[in-house]
Design a protein around this ligand. Sequence first.
Ligand code: FHN
Length: 451
Amino acid sequence: MKKRFIILAWMILMGVVPSFRANAQYHIPQKLKWWYNDRFGMFIHFGSYSFLAHGEWAFSIEHWKKADYQQQVSSHFNPSKFDANEIVQLAKDAGMKYIVITAKHHEGFSMWDTKVKSFKDVTGKKKYSLQRFTPFGKRDVLMELKKACDAAGIKFCLYYSILDWSHSSQEISHINGSTYSTMKSDEARTAYIRDMKAQLKELIDRYHPASLWFDGDWTYNAGQPTLEKWWTKSDGVNLYNYLIKLDPNLVVNERVCRSFGLGDYECPEQKVPDAPLSRPWETCQTINHSWGYNKNDHDYKSTKALIQKLVKVVSRDGNYLLNIGPKGDGTVPEQTADSLKAIGKWMAVYGESIYGTTRSPFKTEPAWGFYTKKEGKLFAHVFAWPQNGVLSIPALKNSITKVYLMGDPDKALDYSVKDGKVQISLPTNAPDGDDSVVVLDVAGAPEAAVF
Ligand code: FHN
């Protein structure tokens, strides 16, 4: 070890630092360790848009006027069948370890009984919230979900949109195809940011979320604000620092103001980076094509695709946040529940090849699947079962103590180590059609013999 350190120090001094970017294991701060370990979470897009059932962007895409949307959509939202325990059980059975639910999406509708005065409907007479603007009554669905999460040992997290299509401070201009929001004045912007922070304090004080997931920061720029580009990098820095002062353990994503390396992790959306990023990251993805409930979207990803996406993400050292969009009455669409249950069947056998694992120890990815690893174990996720009955893996520095199918740990597989490869004899048929995991028990953390 000491020799390797001296060599690396020499290389750095000589300016000959090898490119470790693709494999530089990033530091995980203490507050992020639960998140990094959990790997797999549920995203929930739930708001008054769920009643309209056209997805969460309907207000903008369909060019609604605030008053019409509030009267014809939001005022009818009545999630009376929302069952927090049922949703948390679905998440738990699917192997999900944290839940991020929309507290306020771009529509500006508060899913909790906010006391912040400016978040009112267009008449200014009512708070624009689930409890004050709809027939739903005073049930606190966020608290119901928080309590169900706590009881199930699942982390409770909240999503919050910085832009707010309904707030009196801003409008969608629709000029030049704009779908975001434009601030009415500098004063309106200052007041909105003040009130947004007041809402966030409400959410932290009341629900103690483990994480805040920001979004809707597109109207950003690095310099001074304009009415169009009214959110700035320094606003994002100030917002992050404000939140961390309220709760030093709060995990916050990069979208306090994206593209500037702010927040605690990056969040590529619907896509998976080609390799580990330079800091922790999480891919969020829809289970069909819609975040918010869309009654016409039945095009669900297959269970195989979802499982293999989870594996690919973790193999590249990321987290996977898979979305559900409950209906306007609060129920979970049947196809969504079926997908989650099918994922759960795989996770019940193979979950330990996901939780607490980190990136592949090898520089390149095999044609047949992906690797994940943890102390003492290398997991080979085999999507394409080898026809010749032999799985070939690059040699490890570690001594191997046992090789076996994760679903049948008592039955050791034969293997040989030669010519820089570990050749494992496999049974004819793959134990799992989506992803069969072969485990190599090794001494220490798995390390490639040649990187
Ligand atoms: O506009 C939102 C969208 O509605 C959804 O919330 C996704 C989820 O990350 N984020 C934005 C689109 O990038």
